[in-house]
Design a protein around this ligand. Sequence first.
Ligand code: T4K
Length: 368
Amino acid sequence: MEAPKNLFVTRPTLPPLGEYLPLIEKIWASRILTNSGPYHAQFIDGLSHYLGVEHISLVTNATVGLMLAAKALHLTGEVITTPFSFVATGHALLWAGLKPVFVDINPNTLNIDANRIEAAITPRTSGIMALHCYGRPCYVEAIEDIAKRHSLRVIYDAAHAFGIRHKGQSVLSFGDHSVLSFHATKVFNTLEGGAIVSRSAEAKLHIDRLINYGIVDEQTVESTGFNAKMSELTAALGTVQLKHIDGYIEQRQQIDFRYRKLLGNIPGLHFVHPPEAAPSNYYALPILIGAGHHRSRDELYFRLRENNVFARRYFYPLISDFPMYAEPHGQAPEMPNARSVASRVLCLPMYPDLTEDEQERIANVIRS
Ligand code: T4K
């Protein structure tokens, strides 16, 4: 018998090739391939309009974007962050020469617990790097308030937060910088890519220079910038993707809705987010497997794999539990909420092309 089709946690969404090919031909003919060409400018305009924020800089990926944001703000010493994230969040701080100080998460939102941030502030703290986990906004008001009172800078890892709004405005408009990921696995993708959102034109100019080696003009270099420039081919793909993004998100919403119907009322299985939660981009479908379920999270994870369903334990292990993050001669910090969630969370396949039959197949394995 033929093995059932592999179902991955995500599949990239791509526009019809026919919409992209004419742009590739134009780029080929123009020989303008990178370094802020016309498609780069057009993509920034499109993003700015769609996301409702000014001051966008394009980068090669979000990891580099986070590093550059930390560098642009001249952060030093310690930066408070979440342990419940993809390892890129912590790595960006290490690359910027900073010490990540991990603070536990709120067990409901899975974002950094703003109520615990102040206790972690020391004379060496210069900033906060918080994540909008799975696209759900952090408690931005509390974070901004703490930052203001302690003169800290704030970077939001907005890798999951494409198009997310908070109280009527883009969630990207909070903090000193927000950093989006356009990786192939994200709601909105340019294969690889990302963007840094700045608060002011001046801050954006500084970021733009950091993306381009710190060059100001032919004779002036102001800082040890990086090469993090997005190519014209990538930017052109972004412009085409933007035309389809609303459709992709609607399809994701239907898939989210169907999962809730298929998996509701299974003892010990909880959806991380209630269905009526604030508008989402449906980046992921995280569930928590608790004591009432007949299998542990890991048993379920492996059972799904045996059935060619490649769900993922995002984010397990915690960043703070990777040995390279351990305090020298110290113990891994206590993070009961984050540790508990990391041991129970499972992200199910979620992408626009997932069919009803495939969702039923996944639900049957979970129920069996
Ligand atoms: N901050 C946060 C909170 C993040 O989640 C991320 C990235 C970043 C920062 C950094 O953003 P970037 O620097 O990447 O822009 C994946 C992604 O590589 C990573 O971007 C993402 N978060 C993370 C959550 O997931 P892996 O190592 O789990 O990916 P991988 O290769 O195992 O792919 C997952 C599944 O997706 C595969 O089983 C199959 C499917 N897939 C993947 C790719 C790349 C495809 O079907 N086609 C593809 O081209 O990290």
